[in-house]
Design a protein around this ligand. Sequence first.
Ligand code: NDP
Ligand code: GDP
Length: 332
Amino acid sequence: MTTALITGITGQDGAYLAQFLLQKGYQVAGLLPQRSSTSLWRLDELKITDNIRFVHGDMTDVSSLIKVIKENQPDEIYNLAAQSFVGASWKQPILTSNVTGLGVLHVLEAARLSNSQCKIYQASSSEMFGLVQQPIQSEYTPFYPRSPYGVAKLFGHWMTVNYRESYGMFACSGILFNHESPLRSLHFVTRKVTDAVARIVCGVQGSVRLGNLEARRDWGFAGDYVEAMWLMLQQEQPEDFVIATGRTVDVRYLCETAFRYVGLDYKDYVESDPALFRPAEVDVLIGDASKAKSKLGWEAKTSFEEMIRMMVETDLQRVSKQLASAKGTDLS
Ligand code: NDP
Ligand code: GDP
């Protein structure tokens, strides 16, 4: 049986990837940092928590990673763990660099020192393109990160390339553009909006304050993107791939789409607050995933509108359930 080790198993992508690999018959080990409280809510929602072997370790502690690799002998490592929120990376630049940047080197070095022959997937990011140097970004576009997160990801990206070239390791970098889902954290603008729509409809929130409504992103569905991670590790040769939809829309259109779904006009509920603008913005991202299409046979399946509908519907169910259970508590 093939064994995969997923770092960041409790995150959005970790949950969808674990589900995908379990369906393929993999044994899945998930790295859990030892904290006073750990939330498994995404794995619980997908009903896969009991099928995962949890192993303790932290991206900032290379010795824990060596132990985990030696004890579990994974065939494939999917390195998804990160401090992944761009906004927080200005407030915690050193933590972000340690986890999101140096953490990648820890995983690569742990695999090398353990003499592991495993294949490694590194979760690189379109944030590395930052102040875009070409109108559409591909594997050949020069990088220009705009946040401590983007800089840390670029370090991890080049370390992955360097370990592949220096030691002949099977290490691939997936340069994934933004991907969202009902399992997205509330920090990110898509989920912040769909959650607000649900709360406004249920009468527990009046409006929502956002930052820059003109920023444009190439937003795909996370459930589609985890398949691309797996496909990269099934190739004969390790290579890097851009994964994107090839369409870009702005935050304003996101709001319009999400509110329209419940019959509301976003202009009545959304405020743009300059205090929520970022110190340096990534104005626009749009990816060219033609290499992934030709070599992996991968392309995005879910449209932006379908994904936002799925997120609004799920948030409506969640908020209604929370309200119903709060009411039940009051009555008892
Ligand atoms: P999430 O933020 O949802 O998940 C991050 C995961 O990393 C969580 O499981 C978190 O655990 C874990 N983690 C954080 N710090 C540590 C640590 N010190 N040691 C071990 N684990 C840790 O991210 P996504 O699932 O959205 O993204 C997965 C990866 O893909 C990330 O590396 C992200 O940067 C990258 N990426 C994501 C994109 C996207 O649009 N989603 C786009 C491009 C790249 P806990 O929850 O306990 O903190
Ligand atoms: P990112 O691309 O990884 O930074 O994903 P985010 O979802 O955090 O942000 C996407 C874009 O939305 C960025 O350009 C943000 O500046 C913009 N944005 C506007 N308002 C908000 C907000 O309230 N929260 C977040 N997270 N982003 C916002």
